[in-house]
Design a protein around this ligand. Structure first.
Ligand code: HDD
Length: 735
């Protein structure tokens, strides 16, 4: 193991901040600490990888001061060779990711349903490493593109590593792993010119999905606000497939996993997401990192839907079909425990890049179902790590190692990190140290659920997978009005980038089977014929199955109104210029900060502005550096001179207009309201649009703390709603 001889287990500052978790979580931390090198050099000099002390790290070995470099220079060669091989193949999908350490804590024993060791004792903590990702883009692509997000959790349990490799959307595009390479080839940049990056808005993706009606349900989710989360901390996670839990008596339940964020599920506006992709491509990564570094540890609740083995067919939904979900209205979600992310990785490559997830990493008590997509995944993940991480010993990398002992007779292979001793590398044996050794019926070992299987071998899909539209319809019907509008706009945007009209037509013809009116609205903007449901039904690949769902709508599928309405970690911009009323600004900032929000003073330049009372007010960021899309809300403080100055600055006016257009909370105090002029909406407090707070008198500046508390309270209430989707007039505002 690589170790720093100077300070092998010296905790970095981030590790110190997370010193609280006990038992197993400490074991994983101690294990990682053993492998980690402090940032200080272990030696006061540099050496080669062979330990030879380096005399000069600036000049290569040359024949004379101006002569050619010599091949003999083993120090130069070693350094450049290492550099040349510093990249490993990026993940074929989910290449762009951000991760964090944390722990999972059980609320109450799940022993009734599973004997999984980490779910037995109330309060029990298990260390975890969680990686979030986008799917389609390369490792350097922007965070806020429209895409599914990966939500992969590695539990380092005492009974082995358990990986729950899910997404932020509870269903998938396809029903059989056989189609996965086709799906991914279709969404990735087109092979001839390598465009577009990290986007599904192009011909090949829509060509493929238009020919595969089973993708329709997932398309509805992918075109919804789920695909543009406000933050990785504000999105749900799902195991997607149905898995199996087995208890100590050998009784099984089907299980579906749900991660629910404490802060609620929230989205960006599409226009905003696109702008952020340019202004700060690392928006989600930075947000996660900063929140953890500040001590605002993100939290999710794990919940499960449990369906007894013998009730498999009771719902009219085939549990093996990954394009279907089970609405919480039909099978309630049982809370299991909470996930807390409390430590940033020490090294991006060693941890976030080298972590290897695999849905086949299960522990006793957890088993698979026959979902044909899951079954294919069980092959794919180890296989991909072999080429990505260079051989079969990737489990020995510090981030992938379990906290329980590993013992088997697998030997050798690329990058073997340990030195196995003795001459026995087989089982059973009598020549090892412990006398006769035989593993045969270990009652604590992993035993597969003994499902009876007796069927002809055949390449066939079950007719119970034939219904492609009922759940797409349920999803659309369950959305709030604003969410539905966003879905229409997203389809229009994406299909608007498709150059072949016949592809656009096929998509909207399929959509007619979801909702005729909706399909017509999508089609209207695309220069094609109205949707033709019959034409879709006549095409190859169309199946005519139709499930009778006992629900017209399922409110659990909406994002609007989720979360506890708090403003914790929300970003508020306070616009400032010379002449700002610093007294009201101070008292409001204090109130909002006390409520958990993060306030940033944004101005025309860095340094300070002078307040109306000639005080210096520190400016944290400029309009150019931190535009409105980086914030959740805007405060326009009082001060006549400042308001006039800001009105004369295009960037400041744009800032306010853009925040308004993106339906954010805007609060104007006193003369700050002048900045609302030009929005084409009233600045009259009594008629202010939703989420626009106008406080005409700067009473707060005269020390009226009650007035200040009232504004803070209204601000917090408005911001706690995330966005004001019902705000009228946003389309008229140019921003
Ligand atoms: Fe996959 C990575 C999630 C279907 C093959 N997948 C990967 C990651 C996540 C998922 C979150 C990133 C893990 C990380 O952060 O390292 N994948 C899913 C979900 C699926 C799914 C929720 C459907 C329900 N995947 C799927 C299929 C196949 C794959 C059907 C192939 C048959 N997935 C892979 C892969 C990846 C991967 C190529 C790329 C990198 C890796 O595995 O480690 O093997």
């Amino acid at each position: 193991m690589p170790r720093s001889s100077a300070s092998p287990s010296r905790p970095s500052s981030s590790r110190r901040a997370a010193a609280a978790p006990a038992d197993a979580t400490q074991a994983k931390q101690a294990q990682l600490a053993q492998a980690s090198q402090g940032s200080e050099l272990p030696l006061p000099h540099l050496s080669t990888n062979q330990g030879v002390r380096i005399a000069d790290n600036h000049n290569s070995l040359r024949a004379g001061a101006r002569g050619p470099t010599l091949l003999e220079d083993f120090i130069l060669r070693e350094k450049i060779t290492h550099f040349d091989h510093e990249r490993i193949p990026e993940r074929a999908v989910h290449a762009r990711g951000s991760a964090a350490h944390g722990h999972f804590q059980v609320y109450k024993s799940m022993s009734q349903f599973t004997c999984a060791d980490f779910l037995q004792e109330p309060g029990q903590k298990t260390p975890v490493f969680v990686r979030f990702s986008t799917v389609a883009g390369g490792a350097g692509s922007a965070d806020t593109v429209r895409d599914v997000r990966g939500f992969a959790v590695k539990f380092y349990t005492r009974a082995g590593n358990y990986d729950l490799v899910g997404n932020n959307i509870p269903v998938f595009f396809i029903q059989d792993a056989m189609k996965f390479p086709d799906l991914i080839h279709a969404v990735k940049p087109e092979p001839h010119h390598g465009m577009p990056q990290a986007a599904s808005a192009h011909d090949t993706f829509w060509d493929f999905v238009s020919l595969m009606p089973e993708t329709t349900h997932m398309l509805m989710w992918a075109m919804s606000d789920r695909a543009i989360p406000r933050s990785l901390r504000m999105m749900q996670g799902f195991g997607v497939h149905t898995f199996r839990w087995v208890n100590a008596h050998g009784e099984a339940h089907f299980v579906k996993y749900h991660w629910t964020p404490r802060l609620g599920s929230h989205a960006l506006v599409w226009d905003e997401a696109q702008k952020i992709a340019g202004k700060d491509p690392d928006f989600h990564r930075r947000d996660l990192w900063n929140a953890i570094a500040r001590g605002d540890f993100p939290e999710w609740e794990l919940g499960v839907q449990l369906i007894p083995q013998d009730k498999e067919h009771s719902l009219g939904i085939d549990l093996l079909d990954p394009t279907k979900l089970v609405p919480a209205e039909l099978v309630p979600i049982t809370p299991v425990g909470k996930l807390v992310l409390d430590r940033n990785p020490d090294n991006f490559f060693a941890e976030t890049e080298q972590v290897a997830f695999h849905p086949g990493h299960v522990v006793p008590g957890i088993d698979f179902s026959n979902d044909p997509l899951l079954q294919g995944r069980l092959f794919s993940y180890t296989d991909t790590q072999l080429s990505r991480l260079g051989g079969p010993n990737f489990h020995q990398l510090p981030i992938n190692r379990g906290v329980c002992p590993v013992h088997n007779f697998q030997r050798d292979g690329m990058h073997q990190q340990s030195v196995p001793q003795g001459h026995v590398a087989y089982e059973p044996n009598t020549l090892g140290n412990g006398g006769e050794f035989r593993v045969d019926g270990d009652s604590e070992g992993f035993v597969s659920w003994p499902e009876a299987v007796e069927s002809p071998k055949q390449r066939v899909r079950s007719s119970s997978f034939d219904d492609h539209f009922s759940q797409a319809r349920l999803f659309f019907a369950s959305q709030s009005a604003a969410e539905r509008e966003h879905i229409v706009a997203a389809f229009r945007f994406e299909l608007g980038k498709v150059s072949v009209p016949a592809i656009r037509q096929r998509v909207v013809d399929n959509l007619a089977h979801v909702d005729e009116k909706f399909a017509r609205r999508v089609a209207e903007a695309l220069g094609i014929n109205p949707p033709d449901a019959k034409a879709a039904a006549g095409r190859a690949g169309f199946r005519h199955g139709k499930a009778e769902l006992p629900l017209e709508e399922a409110p659990s599928l909406r994002m609007v109104g989720t979360g506890d309405g708090s403003v914790r970690t929300r970003q508020i911009a306070i616009l400032a210029a010379d002449g700002v009323d610093s007294a009201s600004l101070k008292v409001l900032r204090e109130g909002l900060t006390a409520a958990g929000a993060q306030c940033t003073v944004v101005g025309p330049w860095l340094g300070a502005v002078r307040s109306a009372s000639q005080r210096k007010l520190e400016v944290d960021a400029t309009f150019a550096g931190m535009p409105s899309v980086m914030f959740d809300a805007v405060l326009l403080p009082a001060g006549a001179q400042a308001a006039q100055a800001l009105l004369g600055m295009g960037e400041a006016v744009h800032f306010v207009h853009e925040a308004f257009k993106h339906c954010k909370t805007v609060c104007a105090v006193g003369e700050g309201a002048q900045l609302l002029a030009g929005l084409g909406v009233t600045a009259d407090a009594r008629e202010a649009p939703a989420g626009v707070l106008i406080c005409p008198t700067p009473a707060v500046s005269t020390g009226d703390t009650e007035a200040a508390a009232l504004i803070v309270q209204q601000f917090v209430q408005a911001l706690g709603r995330h966005r004001h989707w019902e705000r009228a007039g946003v389309d008229r505002v140019a921003a």
